[in-house]
Design a protein around this ligand. Structure first.
Ligand code: AMP
Length: 285
């Protein structure tokens, strides 16, 4: 496994594969790797000739400085894990390499960034768009692997790839969960034992809501019950709990599942603070 730290090294090392028609798979991450990330790596290993994993805690996508500072960084462990998975290259740039000057470009994702994460984390998706564009230009992958865990991020990147004609195919990989259902996340490392227990409310509420919706309960009735479940837990604050069309992320206001369009897919999306850790999750219906 080779470590690449600069754009120049990336071109130098990766162009030779392109020239002989080998496909490059990119798995963008912010490190503090877990089984969710490794699942993306496995998909890339299976599907692409050469696998590149990037590890970069991207400052421009954090709209909260404390969150950026507390973001777990475990590079040595990450590299060992990636080596054990047979990754070919790790792209490990520093901030100066990625941002030799401040990025002034602003990406406008329209309706997609006015809802859910976009509404609560101003500037977040602009930072995601900028860094993913940079990674696509530097690595020039044929395939890029993203987790369904960040459903809105996938929609944003898909829009960017289409609008800007990036020649990369996106591959979306299902969410990997702990045995009790909590979605794996680098931020889970920051949960204390009590918060770790409370964090399960995100997944359990989505499973509850899914079952109740399928049993014919109204969405209005359910939303109150869900809010109540979150309110009962100390130090837990629900940010949103929405039913959306999976492809567009349009928020659904219909009351009964029988009113839903049978041709469309739907998902539940939620975000909550558990202690001072902000978690997100979603569940397809
Ligand atoms: P991050 O390091 O949090 O930026 O995540 C890097 C990639 O891993 C993103 O595409 C995430 O959606 C994906 N990812 C994070 N957690 C999971 C998970 N539990 N299951 C599957 N993919 C995940």
């Amino acid at each position: 496994m080779k470590i690449i730290k600069t754009k120049h090294q990336a071109k130098d090392q990766l162009l030779k594969y392109k020239n002989v028609g080998k496909s490059i798979g990119l798995v963008p991450t912010m490190g503090a790797l877990h089984e969710g990330h490794l699942n993306l790596v496995e998909k890339s290993k299976y599907h692409s000739d050469v696998t590149v994993v990037s590890i970069f805690v991207n400052p421009t996508q954090f709209n909260n400085l404390a969150d950026l500072e507390k973001y777990p960084r475990t590079v040595e462990e990450d590299l060992k894990l990636l080596e054990s998975k047979g990754v070919d290259y790790v792209f490990l740039p520093d901030v100066e390499e990625m941002y030799p000057q401040e990025a002034k470009l602003k990406m406008d994702f329209g309706d997609l960034e006015t809802i859910l994460e976009g509404a609560l984390r101003p500037g977040h998706f602009n930072g995601v768009g900028i860094v993913v564009s940079k990674l696509f230009h530097i690595i020039n992958p044929d395939y890029a692997y993203f987790g369904q865990k960040d459903l809105q991020q996938v929609a944003i990147i898909r829009q960017m790839v289409n609008d800007l004609s990036f020649g990369v195919e996106l591959v979306v990989v299902p969410t990997v969960r702990e045995a009790d259902g909590l979605a794996m996340s680098s931020r889970n490392r920051r949960l204390n034992p009590a918060d770790r227990k409370n964090a399960l409310v995100l997944y359990e509420s989505m499973v509850f809501a899914k079952n109740e919706l399928l049993a014919g309960r109204t969405w209005f009735e359910l939303k109150d019950k869900i809010q109540h479940k979150f309110n009962q837990l100390d130090g837990v604050k629900l940010e949103y709990f929405e039913l959306v069309e999976t492809d567009t992320l349009n928020i659904v206001v219909e009351q009964h599942i029988t009113d839903f369009d049978q041709g469309k897919k739907y998902s539940l999306c939620t975000a909550a603070f558990v202690g001072d850790v902000r978690l997100i999750d979603n569940l397809p219906i």
